[in-house]
Every structure is written in structure tokens, then in C-alpha cells.
Design a protein around this ligand. Structure first.
Ligand SMILES: [Zn+2]
Length: 319
């Protein structure tokens, strides 16, 4: 049950009791967050992907392999078909490590949900499942970065299997993001559909810890100003609302997020992109980015907001 549903239930209850003297408050108190069974899977996905036995999901490690098997199993359970060339896309690429640049081998996990209105145009919804692994005996669990985004992607997949999208949707759980967007770069180099048929890449990376400023940031409307009026009317969900930015020439260094995650690979190829994610927080890229630090009501709200954003984009994009 969403917070809005809880509120209308309470008001309904009061109206029903009006004859017995129930006084409706002038402005109802904010509903207590209710995490229903509906969100159990969403939270389980983050908890499982960020558990110690995933060893920080480093690209090319046994923990990364376990995380990949889990994402595959979830897509299979949801009945999401593989992309044109299969469920996995293998890649190799050079990336940073504590010992300098090394060759990584990884696998993207792909799914496809056909669209009803513009089936020959694609929205690529992406979230990287890898994280930085284990260093100095400490596991970097990466609950927010980016078990959360993968869980949001899987929840969107569940909704779209129940009610198909207008555009065809490619679900891409990328590997190798932390090593330099390696999986996303392979995807745009050897895409399962022509790049020219991709209407948008919508990338989720860190969708849980919005409590810092109450925002799920949307980056990319400076590059694609036509997309901003589609998302601006999407109302806040609980404590989380959209904010726009981190993408202008005035945003410099780590405050410019245009190439900060996998959407950067799409941007480099001229494919329209939007990124959704929360601001930096003290647990970012630290061993303390743990499941226990995620506030369920904030994460579920941010996920609902991200899904509402996807649905608005899917409805509004012509081609
Ligand atoms: Zn990330």
C-alpha cells in the first residue's frame, strides 16, 4: 500500500464514522510509512545483492558471478525474454585496479519487453550490477551503489510484464561500470538493436539514499531540454521529488554527472539519455554502503518516482 493509499483509507474511515462524532482534521497528519508485502521483493533484491557473500560484486570475481546469476534468475522468474542475441553479452576491456590498469572480462545481463504502440523504438533501462569488490579485507557491499538501481530496474520489469510499455524496453544490467563504464561501452559498440532505434537510455544508479536532500536527481535535461517538461509535472512520492541538473557547463568536476555512470556511453554515441540517482552521501564508495543504512520508505518512494518518470517518458515520447 502506497502512502497516498494509506491516507485515503484513513480519511474514508473517518468519513464513515462521521455520524458517531469523528472530527476530520483540517490537514491530515502525514501517514506513517507502510512497507507492504508489495515491496518485499524490492528490498530483498537489494539485501541479497549487497550481502557479504556477493563480495562487493567486483567485475570478473566469483562474487560478481553470483550477482549476475541472481539477476538472471530474477529476470527468468519474471518471464522477461532475453535480448536479440541472448541473455548475456560478454566483453573485455582495460580498467583501473590497485595494481594499475588491467584487463577485465565481464558480462552484461539483458532482457526485452516488447512495446504496444511504438514497438520498433526502444527505451534502454539500465542499472549496473557490479561494484568495486573487496579491498584490504573489507567488503564494499554497494547497497546504494548500485544494488538499489538494479532492484528498481527489476521492480519496473515486474510492472511492465503486468502492463506492457508503449515503446519496446531493453533491460540492461551492466557489468564493469566501476571499471570505466566497460559494459555500457560494449553495449553501444555492439547493440542488440540499431543505435538509431534507441529513443532513450534511462539509467538508474544509486536510487536508495535520497534522504540527504529529498531528491532523485535527473541529469541530462540540459542536453535534452525536450524531456524536462515531461518529468516536471510528475509529483513527489512520499519524501522524494525530482530535481534537475548536474549537467550544465557550470557544473564542474564531480558535480557534473553527464559521464558519471553508464549513460555516459550513450551520450558519447549521441543517443538521448537521462540519469536518475541520489546525491553523494558519506557511505558512497565506502565499505559502509550497506543495506541496513537504507531507509525502506525513502527507497520505495524513490523507486515509485523513478517508475512514474519512466511511464511519463514512455507515454510522451512519440518515436
Ligand atoms: Zn554506481
Amino acid at each position: 500500500m502506497s502512502p497516498a493509499a494509506v491516507r485515503s483509507f484513513l480519511l474514508g474511515g473517518c468519513a464513515a464514522l462521521a455520524l458517531s462524532g469523528c472530527v476530520e482534521p483540517i490537514s491530515p497528519p502525514p501517514p506513517a510509512p507502510v512497507i507492504s508485502a508489495e515491496y518485499g521483493q524490492l528490498l530483498d533484491d537489494v539485501r541479497i545483492l549487497s550481502a557479504d557473500d556477493m563480495e562487493g560484486r567486483g567485475t570478473g570475481t566469483p562474487g560478481g558471478e553470483r550477482a549476475r546469476a541472481y539477476v538472471v534468475s530474477r529476470l527468468e522468474a519474471l518471464g522477461v525474454a532475453p535480448a536479440g542475441f541472448g541473455r548475456l553479452q560478454r566483453f573485455e576491456g582495460m580498467g583501473p585496479s590497485p595494481e594499475g590498469r588491467v584487463l577485465y572480462q565481464g558480462f552484461n545481463v539483458l532482457g526485452m519487453i516488447p512495446g504496444t504502440r511504438v514497438g520498433d523504438r526502444y527505451i534502454v533501462v539500465s542499472a549496473h550490477y557490479d561494484h568495486v569488490g573487496t579491498y584490504g579485507g573489507q567488503i564494499y557491499n554497494g547497497a546504494d551503489d548500485n544494488a538499489s538501481g538494479v532492484a528498481t530496474l527489476l521492480e519496473l520489469a515486474r510492472r511492465l510484464k503486468a502492463r506492457p510499455p508503449e515503446h519496446s524496453v531493453i533491460l540492461a544490467a551492466f557489468d564493469g561500470e566501476e571499471r570505466g563504464l566497460l559494459g555500457a561501452r560494449e553495449f553501444v559498440k555492439a547493440p542488440p538493436v540499431p543505435l538509431s532505434s534507441i529513443a532513450l537510455n534511462l539509467n538508474f544508479d544509486m536510487t536508495a539514499r535520497a534522504e540527504t536532500d529529498g531528491h532523485l536527481w535527473v541529469t541530462g535535461t540540459y542536453q535534452h531540454p525536450n524531456l524536462r517538461p515531461i518529468l516536471e509535472p510528475v509529483p513527489a512520492v512520499g519524501p522524494v521529488s525530482f530535481a534537475f541538473g548536474k549537467d550544465t557547463p557550470q557544473d564542474v568536476g564531480e558535480n557534473n554527472w553527464v559521464s558519471a555512470s553508464d549513460h555516459g556511453a550513450f551520450f558519447e554515441k549521441g543517443v538521448p539519455f537521462l540519469y536518475m540517482g541520489v546525491d553523494y552521501h558519506p557511505d558512497y564508495h565506502r565499505p559502509t554502503d550497506d543495506f541496513e543504512r537504507i531507509k525502506p520508505e525513502v527507497f520505495t518512494s524513490a523507486t515509485e518516482l523513478a517508475i512514474a518518470g519512466f511511464l511519463a517518458l514512455d507515454r510522451s515520447l512519440d518515436r
